[in-house]
Design a protein around this ligand. Sequence first.
Ligand SMILES: [Zn+2]
Length: 427
Amino acid sequence: MQESKKYAVELVLIKDASILKDGCFLRDVNITIEGSRVTGIGPGIKDMSGDDEVIDASGMLAIPGLINAHTHLAMTLFRGYADDMELMPWLEERIWPLEDNLNSEDIRWGTKLGCLEMIRSGTTCYNDMYYFMDETARATKEMGLRAFLSAVLFDMRPDLIDDVEPFIRRWKGDNLIVPAVGPHAVYTCSEETLSKAMDLAEKHGVMLHTHLSETRSEVESFAKSSGQSPVEFLDSLGFLSDRVVASHCTWLSPKDVSIIAERRVNVAHCSISNHKLASGIAPLDQLQRAGANICLGTDGASSNNSLNLFQEMKTTAIAQKCAHSRPDLFKAEEIWRMATENAYAAFRLDLGIRQGALADLALIDLRKPWFCPLTEENIISHLVYSAQGGVDTTIVDGKVLMRGGVIPGEEAILDRAQQQFQDLVAR
Ligand SMILES: [Zn+2]
């Protein structure tokens, strides 16, 4: 971070943490991190030097980082700007006019603000689609988070396509930033644009990120004009594969569900955004039974209005139970997997509290009222249904980004983001 020093050490030793391993709750575990990887788990302690960092994690649970599978990070600047509207009027009357005035400084400080919120809530990697992606990438790297960044494509901005390939070339191979291609949606991208996006993804071996079947009116008007659902249309183009992250997937026919599962598309379910915009309740039960890989995203803070995956987990679980009148559906363990292992599979991230994994993790302080009483059996339940904070430490790529609840430089970022919002609305 530019405002103050970053925590920078050779080796990190996390002492006396609790971890979850194969469904068991283990206490007093030491975790060593060297470079960007976890190099040891167990009771032994490596020789420490003066530059090494020792974190006392007694009373804390070490979890592998949560993954936000769909967001537009810089839209943190729009938080609370336009609430209580449906998707299309919300976009057309409030969001798109403001976006017309966005500049790269807005993106920079909106991104940093979003990174602060994710670091504070144990999210170590996010999947984004927006404008000025180089600025997003630079700001994210300065904050130390990992990100999959899709350069967005819209037909109404035909100039955007020219920078997609240079953007991919600039960031491919970076240790934290993974470039991708983000055709916005079938209702904003022509067949030609979608095909170009596919070709670029294929050529560079990168992921595709799109919005899919978010609202009923979008799906109905698309079917009226094309005779197909958005999912059928994308499938007819050969667009759908395990390289695709499709956000929302709220309005799907049984045939759509089968296609998504068969093509191994990764679904980024955004429960809170869907509910707040009254877009609908996604058919997660059908998707899950068909074998689809379901991950969780917050969507932008403009429609959520936070970037907290703990809130997303709880809302997903209770909304699905209620929709089916089945409290036995979507147990805490399944929801937890959506924010962790399912996302690791979607983005091919080698994460976990185990030797050799990428050192992207968080320490959660279990000495909080919402984690009490604590047993070996109820910890996942507490994480999904009752956690209201308590992330003490966040580490990404072996670097400690927050320790003891302190993120170096946070105050300056908050001040600057506040100023940037005021400049944007006055512009
Ligand atoms: Zn979105």
